[in-house]
Ligand binder design. Structure first.
Ligand code: NAD
Ligand code: UD2
Length: 316
């Protein structure tokens, strides 16, 4: 039976990955500091190492004896990373290096532990060539994006110098149940869903013409699992995790209101500084080399998300 480490496994994406691994009978180990993740996102019996991914002792303790590591722990808020520049750099970049180093040191028979890690479409910045492919110039506009790009560069060093195999997944806009609707830093879909369930008007930053490529967490877990199967020693690869779709924030608000049985009520606030105007990914490389495409239709996935939030609201 395989044993896996998920750093950030108490989080939105990590807890869905943990569910999938447990469902197929594997053992899962979680390293998380519960800074944004929640213990209740995991089954009560699930082993959790409470700790910081910046600590080499904690990372080595968590990595020892596992067959592979999904590294998802990060400060995922763009604005928080800009405001808390040094501390978030330590988590988002030094934390990644800690993981690569532990994968090197704790490999067995000279074979480093494979690592799949979360990068982000933020590395592209405001690259106008849409849909954007992995070969496009990376020009991050935020500290968050710069640290995700830095993690990719260190992944290449880990492969070339130390033989650590890794696969970096550039997530576009991920949504689904357990994305925390109460955090101002959370994804737009979780925030809009909460407003609709509370019968409150939706607040759009700017004119609502911003474009995003929304991918459902159920699809993201399929990419995470397949990427681990493909990760090989000495090779560092990168893939977009996206649908290739392009939805405006206004269209999103209209769709969610209809699905939530609410009349559309919108208030427009100022555009968010540094907001990317248009973001949409080219899913072709992952389709060719991972053999995967996103399968969840947006409307069905939005329905699942609304239902999941309504259920948790009633339970709490
Ligand atoms: P999340 O905040 O729900 O999950 C992050 C997890 O990491 C949380 O459980 C948190 O407690 C943990 N964590 C944070 N700092 C830590 C530290 N120093 N040590 C140990 N644990 C720590 O966010 P998410 O949306 O699930 O994101 C998961 C990964 O995917 C992150 O790396 C994020 O940057 C990346 N990503 C997410 C999206 C998205 O749309 N959700 C888009 C692009 C990239
Ligand atoms: C997402 C990720 C970020 C980074 C980036 C990469 C989240 C929360 N953020 O940033 O980590 O990976 O993608 O491209 O996952 N909006 C509103 N009203 C609201 C909230 C948001 O209008 O109440 C708008 C916002 O101005 C933006 C869009 O919705 O234009 C998406 O916002 P977001 O915070 O969900 O995600 P994004 O793309 O800024």
């Amino acid at each position: 039976m395989a044993t896996w480490l998920i750093t950030g496994g108490c989080g939105f994406i990590g807890s869905h990955l943990a569910d999938a691994l447990l469902a197929r009978g594997d053992r899962v180990r979680i390293l998380d500091d519960l800074s944004t993740g929640k213990r209740e996102n995991l089954p009560a019996r699930q082993e959790l190492i409470l700790g910081n991914v910046v600590s080499s002792e904690r990372v080595e303790q968590a990595m020892d004896g596992v067959d592979g590591c999904w590294h998802l722990a990060a400060i995922a808020s763009v604005s928080r990373c800009n405001e808390e520049w040094i501390p978030s750099h330590q988590v988002n970049q030094t934390g990644s290096i800690r993981v690569f180093e532990a994968a090197r040191r704790l490999g067995r028979q000279g074979r480093p532990i494979p690592v799949v890690y979360a990068s982000s479409a933020a590395v592209y910045g405001d690259n106008p060539a849409l849909p954007v492919a992995e070969t496009a110039e990376a020009r991050p506009l935020t500290a968050y994006g710069a640290d995700k790009l830095g993690s990719e560069l260190h992944a290449r060093v880990a492969a070339g110098v130390h033989g650590v195999g890794s696969t970096g997944l550039r997530f576009f806009n991920v949504f689904g149940p357990r994305q925390d609707p109460d955090s101002p830093y959370s994804g737009v879909i979780s925030i809009f869903a909460r407003r609709i369930l509370d019968s409150l008007p939706i607040l759009i930053h700017g004119d609502g013409g911003q474009i995003r490529d929304f991918i459902y967490v159920g699809d993201v877990v399929r990419f995470l699992l397949r990427a681990m199967e493909r990760t090989a020693p000495g090779r560092a690869e990168i893939f977009n995790v996206c649908t290739g779709g392009a939805v405006t924030i206004l269209e999103l608000a209209q769709l969610l209101s209809r699905l939530g049985g609410q009349e559309l009520r919108i208030e427009h606030g100022p555009a968010r500084s540094g907001d990317i105007r248009a973001s949409s990914g080219d899913p072709g490389r992952a389709a060719r080399l991972l053999g995967l495409r996103a399968e969840w239709p947006l409307e069905l996935a939005l329905g699942q998300t609304l239902a999941g939030l309504a259920e948790r609201s009633q339970a709490s």
